[in-house]
Design a protein around this ligand. Structure first.
Ligand SMILES: Cc1cc2nc3c(=O)[nH]c(=O)nc-3n(C[C@H](O)[C@H](O)[C@H](O)COP(=O)(O)OP(=O)(O)OC[C@H]3O[C@@H](n4cnc5c(N)ncnc54)[C@H](O)[C@@H]3O)c2cc1C
Length: 309
């Protein structure tokens, strides 16, 4: 039995674990994949206060080690549900039951820090070709396409940064965007426009993935002219944003239309003792610094809740 169980070992969850352990609470963090969350895939972080430059992997490892050395248990297992256990003997009769793929655990308080995942295109054979020419992480897979032609789909910062990164390795980078204006930073766009191995394909959507066992190309349809163009590429990097994965927790935490957990800066949910932190909750700014901040707020609120039981 734990004082606090945290779901997700990303920046929010591991920050919460640091605060939980330092407050003397027995804390476990469950992680379905690998520690660090989304940030492990980025080569450079330059906006975390007091750290001028660090790779995502080094940042995540330092955070993981800090939480572990303080005594937090990081358990690699997917949480499938969180429910309030009736008839428990804690003072107000409420304990949480946390079911994972591998077992059932109990906790006095729970923090959901499940983050967000890459959004998929939703075209035929996308799953089958993932890892065979369809990728969601240019910084992870870009180097495999040295000297090749590739495409990036998206219009935000991630798409622009991915395209910029790929221009260093690839022969040609097509940037496919459904609009003619980009949401991403102007500076990155300007730098990309100056590259001679970039072609912008605007007002267009990827409608088909070509190739049998591996991607050999894509078909894009221009929204204005309806014209369909075939582009031969060895990899399509999909960078069309993120979405949360909180459906398993919808009975204990209220979700908004997009699936984010409804919560304000207090990190509380509709269920007393259940808190949320990081990218998985409704918020304006989804960054490392706000994830770490949420982790601290949620953990201290969970500690106070546990102390009151
Ligand atoms: C390519 C890229 C570059 C970025 N660069 C920067 C940057 O330079 N600076 C910056 O400030 N921010 C950056 N960000 C944003 C930053 O990474 C996120 O804001 C931050 O990681 C959010 O942390 P989090 O802990 O809330 O969620 P996540 O990082 O998404 O971590 C959530 C974790 O929970 C786990 N999980 C989910 N569901 C379950 C479950 N049911 N059971 C167990 N585990 C589960 C996931 O596997 C994941 O490890 C970047 C993001 C990306 C994608």
């Amino acid at each position: 039995m734990y004082d606090i169980i945290i779901v997700g070992a990303g920046p929010a969850g591991l920050s919460a674990a640091i605060y939980g352990q330092r407050a003397g609470k027995k804390t476990a963090v469950f992680e379905s994949y690998s520690y660090g969350g989304q940030i492990v895939n980025t080569p450079e972080i330059e906006n975390y206060p007091a750290i001028k430059k660090i790779s995502g992997f080094d940042y995540a490892t330092a955070l993981y080690e800090q939480a572990s050395e303080l005594g937090a248990e990081v358990i690699f297992d997917k949480v499938e549900s969180v429910s309030v256990k009736d008839g428990s003997e804690s003072t107000d009769g409420k304990l949480f039951e946390v079911k994972t793929l591998g077992g059932v655990y109990e906790a006095k308080a729970v923090i959901l820090a499940t983050g967000a995942k890459n959004r998929h295109l939703g075209v035929d054979r996308e799953e089958a070709l993932t890892g065979r020419g369809v990728s969601y992480c240019a910084t992870c897979d870009g180097a495999f396409y040295k000297g090749k032609d590739v495409a990036v789909n998206g219009g935000g910062n991630t798409a622009l940064e991915d395209a910029m990164f790929l221009t260093n390795y690839c022969n040609k980078v097509y940037v496919i965007h459904r609009r003619d204006e980009f949401r991403g930073e102007k500076e990155t766009l300007l730098a990309l426009q100056k590259k001679d191995n970039v072609e912008f394909v605007l007002n267009s959507n990827v409608v088909k993935l070509l190739g049998e066992d591996r991607l050999s190309g894509i078909e894009v349809r221009n929204k204005l002219t309806e014209e369909v163009r075939e582009i031969n590429v060895d990899c399509l990097f999909v960078a069309i944003g993120q979405e949360p994965d909180n459906q398993a927790f919808k009975d204990v935490a209220e979700l908004d239309k997009a699936g984010y957990i409804i919560s304000g800066e207090s990190c509380t949910t509709k269920t007393p003792g259940l808190f949320t932190a990081g990218d998985c909750r409704t918020k304006q700014v989804r960054q490392l610094v706000t994830a770490a901040s949420d982790g601290a707020v949620a953990a201290l609120a969970a500690c106070s809740y546990v102390d009151m039981l």
